[in-house]
Ligand binder design. Structure first.
Ligand code: NAD
Length: 421
């Protein structure tokens, strides 16, 4: 069987996650090169990949400069780096597995998609949720027609209080200028799911939201600049309390590939991860809502909820003949045709992996292997860039609306303006 080979640019959280799938699919995939400017990340992954020194690169640029060495290049560097890395790798002849968001700039998304078309390359965007059993079952239920004609969609992303503090107040995505607006960074997955599940285009969008809580004026009196400086306040965002209770596992694995109490405390004393959440320089929103009108009159209401106890996504679909409701994290999925009993969809019996985006990370890699091997399987859920950029355009349009106080954005005008730029 032909092994599909991968070169990985960016061995942070995501790059490492994809590399680790070689342990799951040793006969089917091989990571042949990797790049990161943090040697500690290369060394951690190389404990099991065992690549020779000349296949370890201290930058994506240095790796891409080499003659093409793999079937696929994974672009798992930060949002603002995707454009340069993706375009250079496409020119070099690589097909790509490209982390979402495609880019943090609207025009870049268009340009990367255009380059892929011009060069005849495949670009698969890592919308991992589409590959989960949970969302694939929902797609099957909608397409089977048991709900009748879909009229309304309610979806919510429950980010969780600790995740918003970790990633969007202290972490990589806390400043829009360095990363992406929240609705793109976190919720382009949800925009993608809405378009894919319904099979419709978005016609109009509006949005409201703000950064309301994680601001200096809400700082409790007496809180020092760092939680590690003996903060007297009883606070759910206390950094040592949170991170030390999560060794090992996410997100301490992001702070250090081999976390222990000593190295985590040192990182908390010296990095943003130990700073008071009320005294950061963050500017991304902590809650946001998006309304959409899709083709066929389908209305959509989506909420990005920063202040939730649990980290999950919820969905409710309303059709002319039935209703569906589910909770991603607890693998809870039901539907009911009007006048009939509710049906519990038994996801637990379907061997669903619960880690790594509900198994989406593993199934994405498996589908990519099958796609590149030329296997005969249903590829309709593959997240190719052309469909994926549509979800990004909706996210950018929602952000434009939010910034303008909720002004209505017509997608036709929005994309026309983009074409003219
Ligand atoms: N698909 C998903 O659900 C999902 C989830 C989280 C993050 N992401 C996206 O994945 C991407 C990576 O996120 P992450 O959480 O792994 O971040 P990360 O910061 O953990 O990883 C990025 C890595 O890139 C490295 N890097 C920086 N400059 C480099 C260069 N020039 N060459 C090579 N490596 C370089 C950094 O040292 C770091 O290790 C981001 O775009 C993020 O938005 C996607």
């Amino acid at each position: 069987m032909k092994k599909i080979t991968f070169a990985i640019a960016g061995m942070g959280n995501r790059g490492t996650q994809y590399a680790s799938k070689q342990l799951k699919f040793p006969e089917e995939m091989e990571v042949v090169a990797m790049a990161d400017n943090r040697r500690i990340r290369l060394d951690a992954a190389n404990k099991y990949l065992r690549l020779p020194e000349d296949r370890l690169f201290n930058s994506a640029e240095a790796m891409i400069a080499q003659p093409k060495m793999a079937d696929i290049m994974v672009i798992a560097t930060q949002d603002a780096q995707h454009k340069a890395h993706a375009l250079a790798a496409l020119e070099k002849g690589y097909d790509l597995l490209l982390e979402k968001p495609v880019s943090n700039h609207l025009e870049d998304c268009r340009d990367i998609a255009a380059a892929a078309r011009r060069l005849g390359r495949r670009v698969i965007v890592c919308h991992v949720l589409r590959y989960t059993v949970f969302y694939q079952q929902i797609k099957k239920i909608i397409d089977s027609g048991v709900l009748g004609k879909l009229e309304s969609v309610e979806m919510a992303e429950h980010v969780a209080y600790y995740h918003i503090a970790h990633s969007y107040v202290r972490g990589n995505w806390h400043k829009e200028a360095d990363s992406s607006p929240m609705i793109l960074a976190k919720c382009c997955h949800d925009m993608d799911l809405i378009l894919w599940l319904t099979g419709k285009k978005c016609l109009k969008v509006d949005s409201f939201g703000s950064l309301d809580h994680f601001r200096r004026e809400n700082c409790p009196p007496g809180a020092p600049a760092r939680c590690t400086d003996g903060c007297p306040v009883k606070c759910p965002f206390n950094a040592p309390k949170f991170y030390l209770s999560r060794i090992p596992g996410w997100p301490t694995s992001i702070l250090h590939p081999e976390p222990n109490e000593e190295n985590i405390m040192e990182i908390l004393r010296t990095s943003d991860y130990g700073r008071c959440v009320y005294q950061m320089d963050n500017d991304v929103v902590d809650h946001q809502t998006v309304q959409m009108l899709l083709e066929d009159g389908i209305t959509v209401s989506f909420q990005m909820l920063g202040f939730t106890a649990r980290q999950t996504r919820t969905i409710r679909l309303y059709g002319t003949e039935g209703e569906l409701w589910g909770d991603f994290k607890s693998l809870d999925l039901h539907y009911q045709r009007f006048g009939e009993d509710a049906v519990d969809v038994d996801l637990a019996s379907m061997n669903v992996e619960t880690s790594g985006h509900g198994g989406g990370d593993t199934r994405l890699i498996y589908d990519v292997i099958r796609l590149f091997r030329g296997d005969d399987f249903d590829t309709s859920a593959i997240t190719s860039i052309d469909r994926s950029v549509e979800s990004h355009y909706v996210a950018f349009a929602a952000e434009e609306s939010r910034v303008k106080g909720g002004e209505l954005v017509r997608m036709e005008d929005f994309t026309k303006k983009l074409e003219e730029k």
